[in-house]
Design a protein around this ligand. Sequence first.
Ligand code: 0L1
Ligand code: MG
Length: 262
Amino acid sequence: MALDQHTIARLAEHLETAELQARDVTKITDDHPEMDWADAYAIQEAIRARKEARGHRTVGLKCGLTSYAKMKQMGVDSPVFGFVSDYMACPEGSTIPMAGLIHPKVEAEICIVTKAPLTGPGCHVGAVLAAIDFVIPGVEIIDSRYRDFKFDLKSVIADNTSASRFVTGGRARRPDDLDLRTLGVVLEKNGEIVAMAAGAAVMGHPAAAVAALANHLGARGQSIPAGTFIMTGGVTEAIAVQAGDQVNVRFQDLGSVSMRFA
Ligand code: 0L1
Ligand code: MG
């Protein structure tokens, strides 16, 4: 690691304060070009520890930048991993206030809940499919703390991969009843279709994103416990939203997820 513990703690406070005050900042590698991948995840871990110390539960894990559409949109070439906290969960059909957000975008995500632990290295799609309890449709509201979403991968990892809010809805289904690769997703904003994709847009199979997460954690001596909620990453590019926008995402076989921004 290139940064000392004091700098990691200071950068975690800086980024979390920006999140909680809905205030944008410049990317942290501008001031810390020497920062390495371990530093980036250490800053994210410190943000998670700050939230948990205040009593917020970590309620899930997220894979980000797992689709070609998202990688192309953000000009990057590898997935990233983060977490979601209890206060980020919004009910299906709810109105999400823009007041606590900077410049939100929505992403349609195929989500899963595990029934068995997953451990890397060597985790693969087959192991993930055997460990999935159920699949549930979701929408992630990302809100990078970086001005104009201008960042590099290390900065965005430190910023908990832009995690901000999420909504789950529709109906949960067993993985055996679905083909996650061909599962179609249609994203509507204000009644108009603005993006669509199939599950295979996520690394060829959404379970591949979960395997990548397990392998990432395995390299750090961690694993995915049974009962973990995981967002596998946006199937399409992220769509910017403003106050007054209504978003509805239709998932083949899984129902729909909707929300309004005000
Ligand atoms: O969930 C995501 O794909 C977000 C990853 C971070 C990059 C971004 O803010 O788009
Ligand atoms: Mg996402």
